[in-house]
Write a protein that binds this ligand. Structure first.
Ligand code: 13P
Length: 245
């Protein structure tokens, strides 16, 4: 079994005042030597969060694929590292939708992040119409093929399966659906990367809460969670960390 990783994605939420929640999360994470915990606040808070994170990993929610240059509004992997980020999320479905990010671009971002030494979480997940049409595994398999880099070091590449219809909706995938998809992803990783594929942690994301976390963590090949709304408050996030142990 791989060591579980619980990541909070604050999305476009949080201010300096919100960092009080981070302090409580840091305390809880310190008490759990058996679980890896990270928080990805908005870019404006990364430096502040890293300064008070203790052993907690702080990450970014996106990165540009180039190291520098004329890309207004973007930040590079080296810039994120410099202010204390140790990981980054790429290819979140909200970016695939809002910014029309495609698999090739996500792969380039992942390559740049890994090259800079950032642990990289690549997100995949199907829409509700895809699932209704019985195409969920096919869609996710194609995303894996297009967005995963070929070259990575053990521990540095992480996957997050986030069905779009479960994000922020309170609708959680059933343990059976999660088991089916995570097994399909694991098979796909084994085909592509051989034995090393077994070292990639596969997180589940989509309405993970204190009351469903334990059930999700018990599913085979669920190696942690990517948590949105419930990561904004320590009261909701800490029980999820505890359920992972
Ligand atoms: P929620 O936990 O709010 O459903 O968000 C999941 C997510 O998108 C995390 O990246």
């Amino acid at each position: 079994m791989l060591r579980k990783l619980v990541v909070g994605n604050w999305k476009m939420n949080g201010s300096l005042a919100q960092l009080a929640e981070l302090s409580a999360i840091v305390e809880a994470a310190r008490g759990r030597a058996d679980v890896d915990v990270a928080v990805c606040p908005p870019a404006t808070l990364i430096a502040h969060a890293a300064a008070q994170a203790g052993g907690l990993a702080i990450g970014a929610q996106d990165v540009h694929c180039n190291p520098h240059g004329a890309h207004t509004g973007c930040v590079s992997a080296a810039m994120l590292k410099e202010v204390g980020a140790s990981l980054v999320i790429v290819g979140h479905s909200e970016r695939r939708q809002d910014q029309r990010e495609r698999d090739e671009e996500i792969r380039a971002k992942a390559e740049a992040a890994l090259a800079a030494g950032l642990q990289t979480i690549v997100c995949v997940g199907e829409s509700d119409p895809d699932r209704q049409a019985g195409r969920a595994v096919e869609v996710v398999t194609n995303q894996l093929l297009g967005s995963l880099p070929d070259s990575w070091s053990v521990g540095e590449l992480v996957l997050a399966y986030e069905p779009i219809w479960a994000i922020g909706t309170g609708k959680v995938a059933t343990p059976a659906d999660v088991a089916e998809m995570h097994a399909a992803i694991r098979r796909n990783l084994a085909q592509r990367f051989g034995e090393r594929g077994a070292s990639i942690r596969i997180l589940y994301g989509g309405s993970v809460k204190a009351d469903n976390a334990a059930e999700l963590f018990a599913v085979p090949d669920v190696d942690g969670a990517l948590v949105g709304g419930a990561s904004l408050s320590a009261a909701q996030f800490v029980p999820i960390i505890q359920a992972a142990g």
